[in-house]
Ligand binder design. Structure first.
Ligand SMILES: NC(=O)C1=CN([C@@H]2O[C@H](COP(=O)(O)OP(=O)(O)OC[C@H]3O[C@@H](n4cnc5c(N)ncnc54)[C@H](OP(=O)(O)O)[C@@H]3O)[C@@H](O)[C@H]2O)C=CC1
Ligand SMILES: CC(=O)N[C@@H](CCC(=O)OP(=O)(O)O)C(=O)O
Length: 345
């Protein structure tokens, strides 16, 4: 059994990790931390886990994290980088759901996250945890920077086209919508029910911290410079993410060939569903599952392609993806513990 620790067990990605891992056949939950809820049984805070998780939360300093085989950090940016060096030295693998180990460019990290990186030397060995594009490196990694939720949709949506070199890489547009759980379980006025429900708005239009992460990764797929306009929106639903991506074709290609390109690229991927051309993936068709769905459109049969991508921000966008990485790192079947079907309605 793999002994697993979770730092930040009370947050939304933390409890999603617990939901997945409590039913994972190869995992023994060993430590779950919370600074505020030290001593509280997990199932008392989350009755959904009654009878399935017997552990109590413990404060991070008391938790037996070095006894674990792997520790997930479901914490704000900056927490994992303070603790990862000691855990790695003790032989513990680390998967950070925040951004501490996503960007290779330290200056970009410090600019966008407003903090100094305390172990930039570890970035060289950190592996970006997007299995569909980075599977082999993840298998042998000790340290994973799990992707952001929006970047996962943008990368999997643009990847086949950039790799084939058939779109203008310098003019990519991503119009993305997230459910409110994407902002975490914290008390903030903009996240109150009477502020976020029955409302719809864009935010961070001038620049969002997912831009450097996404561009750094998209650039690896393209032989020409990548330019990205990314506009996130908050929508009044709890879970779910929908990204509408736009790209201009630079070659003559018919719709059947485009569809084939996507189907071939993802034919062996358990968690990427390429739907029939012209389909409309809905967030509720991914809710609670690790599946990301993609569909292609070509309005007026013109040069602009519209790629629709839907996922659950807490699953493929965060905790499901992190467990997918763990499975690869420990030589397990990639789908182990991740076969939940979406919840509908
Ligand atoms: N929500 C989402 O859809 C996604 C989130 N992410 C990223 O995953 C990470 C976690 O997100 P999310 O679960 O939404 O966040 P939450 O705000 O819901 O939870 C944060 C957790 O971290 C703990 N925590 C906070 N500060 C510290 C600290 N200094 N040391 C130890 N523990 C701490 C909190 O518990 P306590 O205060 O009791 O210790 C809490 O359990 C973030 O970096 C987020 O950006 C990534 C993709 C998607
Ligand atoms: C709705 C909402 O607020 N979403 C978050 C993104 C959550 C996420 O994936 O981001 P990181 O792990 O990079 O913080 C935001 O836009 O800041």
């Amino acid at each position: 059994m793999i002994k697993v620790g979770i730092v930040g067990g009370t947050g939304y990605t933390g409890v999603e990790l617990l939901r997945i891992l409590a039913a994972h056949p190869e995992v023994q939950l060993t430590a779950i931390t919370s600074r505020k809820e030290d001593g509280l049984p997990v199932a008392e805070m989350y009755p959904s886990l009654r009878g399935r998780v017997a552990l109590k939360f413990s404060s991070p300093d008391k938790a037996n994290l070095t006894e674990c085989d792997v520790v997930f950090f479901a914490t704000p940016h900056g927490v994992a980088m303070a603790q990862a060096p000691a855990l790695l030295a003790a032989g513990v693998k680390v998967i950070d759901l925040a951004a501490d180990f996503r960007l290779q460019d330290v200056a970009q990290f410090e600019q966008w996250y407003g903090m100094q990186h305390s172990c930039a030397d570890l970035l060289k060995e950190a592996v970006y945890g997007l299995p569909e594009l980075n599977r082999e490196a993840i298998k042998s990694a000790r340290l994973i920077g799990n992707p952001g939720c929006y970047p996962t949709t943008m990368q999997l949506g643009f990847y086949p086209l950039l790799k084939a070199g058939i779109i203008d890489a310098d003019n990519l547009i991503a119009d993305c919508k997230s459910g409110v759980s994407g902002a975490g379980r914290k008390a903030e006025i903009s996240l109150l029910f009477s502020e976020a429900s029955d409302n719809f708005k864009a935010y961070s239009v001038a620049g969002h911290r997912h831009i450097p992460e996404t561009v750094e990764q998209l650039q690896k797929m393209s032989s020409t410079p990548v330019g990205l306009i990314f506009t996130p929106h908050l929508v009044p639903m709890i879970r779910g993410m929908h990204s509408t991506l736009y790209a201009k074709l630079n070659t003559t290609i018919d719709n059947a060939a485009l569809q084939e390109l996507f189907e071939k690229t993802y034919q062996n991927e358990a968690f990427v569903d390429v739907m029939p051309f012209g389909s409309h993936p809905e967030t509720r068709s991914t809710r609670g599952s690790n599946t990301l769905r993609i569909a292609l459109h070509r309005p007026g049969n013109g040069a602009t392609l519209v790629i629709l991508v839907a996922q659950d921000n807490l699953m493929k966008g965060a905790s499901g993806q992190a467990v997918q990485c763990m499975n690869l790192m420990f030589g397990l079947q990639e789908t182990c513990g991740l076969t939940q079907l979406p919840i509908l309605p």
